[in-house]
Design a protein around this ligand. Sequence first.
Ligand SMILES: Nc1ncnc2c1ncn2[C@@H]1O[C@H](COP(=O)(O)OP(=O)(O)OP(=O)(O)O)[C@@H](O)[C@H]1O
Ligand SMILES: O=C(O)C1=C[C@@H](O)[C@@H](O)[C@H](O)C1
Ligand SMILES: [Mg+2]
Length: 171
Amino acid sequence: MDQMRQLVLVGFMGAGKTTVGAQLATKMNTYQRDLDQLIEQRLGETIASYFDRVGEHQFRQFETQILQEYADQSAILSTGGGIVMQTINRQILKQSSAPVVYLRTQPEELLHRLKDDLDRPLLKQMDHAAFIKLWQYREPLYQEVADVTIETDQLTPTQIVSEIINQLEMR
Ligand SMILES: Nc1ncnc2c1ncn2[C@@H]1O[C@H](COP(=O)(O)OP(=O)(O)OP(=O)(O)O)[C@@H](O)[C@H]1O
Ligand SMILES: O=C(O)C1=C[C@@H](O)[C@@H](O)[C@H](O)C1
Ligand SMILES: [Mg+2]
């Protein structure tokens, strides 16, 4: 794989975009950008606090603005779990020169991974049934933008990194 080859990671919250993105960057000797972190840096505020203050609609508008800025700029771009909710974001991802990798994880496994996590605003508002419903709603949207899908349930982040590199090299 080229040293600076670009790649975008998408998937539901807890799928491992931030964790896998960081490991991929080390392995590929390049850098990772995390869209949630870029948003927080730009806002000077956590997403959780911004969400509470202005609501989801305004957060999504800001998310699109930052995605537009970085979609073609970053070596490895880890996106937020809700990036596929906006049609315009899906267009940006499909038009990006970077292959889009969907980290696909079953909702039960995600709930297990996130059980002690209080930082994700949407998680705070949802019971298990609502979480599964949102997963089912988003699933085809991730598939729509993905060039490669990796089933992550049974894999460690290190194994996922190897699988991504293998699959991209085979393309
Ligand atoms: N393959 C994996 N197996 C087990 N645990 C994992 C795996 N990938 C990530 N995790 C754990 O799951 C949690 C969520 O991971 P991470 O923050 O990378 O998800 P994310 O996709 O970036 O979520 P978000 O969309 O909310 O930013 C972390 O505690 C992380 O250590
Ligand atoms: O799934 C979602 O909609 C979100 C996931 C996080 O990455 C953040 O982008 C934010 O909390 C929204
Ligand atoms: Mg993340």
